[in-house]
Design a protein. Structure first.
Length: 287
């Protein structure tokens, strides 16, 4: 079935795209801002400032021109370490919107598939300025009321995402050091590998060769989360993936490591705002 340009413009996934080019001079996050996740893909271009970007088990100290992709569901946060001007561009766009904007010959999801292992590239000064220009042009037309702004908005947005794909396809990758403390990364890795089991501090202490108190203190210090909060968040995210894949609520409960069904229902609703049954129904109705 062919989709008209009018259908694209009116599609909720297109209307819900978020794009910002912000400069802040007073955005001091503190040492432990909250982690969060997105349902869509996030493209983040760091232009200036002093920040650390945390993505799952990694932490990166970014430099001007670094462009990264954060995949749906990835736990992440950005720490602004001082009050120097902090400039960045970010775009949040869902898989549905990317598929709508793609053609049979051009898949705009390509760059996101390339980023599963190495999701940061460094743009040249020329490419960064072009990225800023394309973004600002899209933002200007999307906030205007001039004749044809809706059509031009789709055109400029598609050009911007297409340029992103070209950059990730053509730019030579370089190694970015992960400055997350090894103990914290190893703790996260242990949780990931044993998520469906009963994870206790005693077992964690034995595996990592540190006292349980030391592990807890260091984890909280470097993530802002208690181990209990982190484990619960990972379990809920795992259950969401199982539900979106078509699994039953019972399967999602067991498959994400919950031993008590009632606790699973209660925890899921508290974390997401809806029951797992409703979440499953809504997500699968969108396919």
């Amino acid at each position: 079935m062919e989709i008209s340009l009018g259908d694209i413009i009116e599609n909720a996934a297109i209307r819900d795209i978020l794009c910002y080019h912000n400069v802040s001079t007073d955005l001091f996050t503190g040492p432990n801002p909250s982690y969060h996740r997105h349902d869509g893909y996030e493209i983040y271009l760091f232009i200036s400032g002093n920040t650390k970007m945390y993505v799952e088990q990694s932490c990166y100290e970014l430099t001007s021109g670094d462009c990264m992709v954060i995949l749906p569901g990835q736990l992440h946060r950005c720490i602004v370490t001082d009050t120097n001007p902090y400039e960045r561009i970010f775009i949040n766009i869902t898989e549905e919107a990317l598929r709508i904007l793609s053609s049979a010959a051009t898949d705009l999801l390509t760059c996101f598939h390339l980023c599963e292992e190495n999701h940061i590239i460094h743009l040249s000064a020329y490419d960064m300025e072009r990225y800023i220009t394309l973004t600002d042009r899209y933002l200007k037309i999307s906030h205007s009321s001039e004749y044809g702004n809706d059509l031009m908005g789709i055109y400029f947005l598609t050009e911007l995402i297409l340029f992103t794909n070209r950059l990730f396809g053509d730019t030579k990758r370089r190694r970015y050091d992960n400055v997350m403390p090894v103990l914290v990364s190893n703790t996260m890795q242990y949780v990931e590998e044993h998520l469906t089991e009963d994870i206790s501090l005693l077992k964690l202490s034995h595996c990592l060769n540190y006292s349980s108190k030391y592990i807890s203190v260091q984890f909280k210090r470097h993530t802002g989360l208690s181990l209990r909060e982190y484990i619960l968040d990972q379990k809920i995210e795992c259950s969401k993936r199982l539900l979106m894949a078509g699994g039953s609520v019972s399967d999602a409960c067991l498959g994400s490591g919950f031993s008590d069904y009632s606790n699973f229902i209660r925890s899921f609703k508290k974390k997401t705002g809806i029951s797992p049954g409703r979440f499953r129904k809504e997500k699968n109705s969108m396919k």
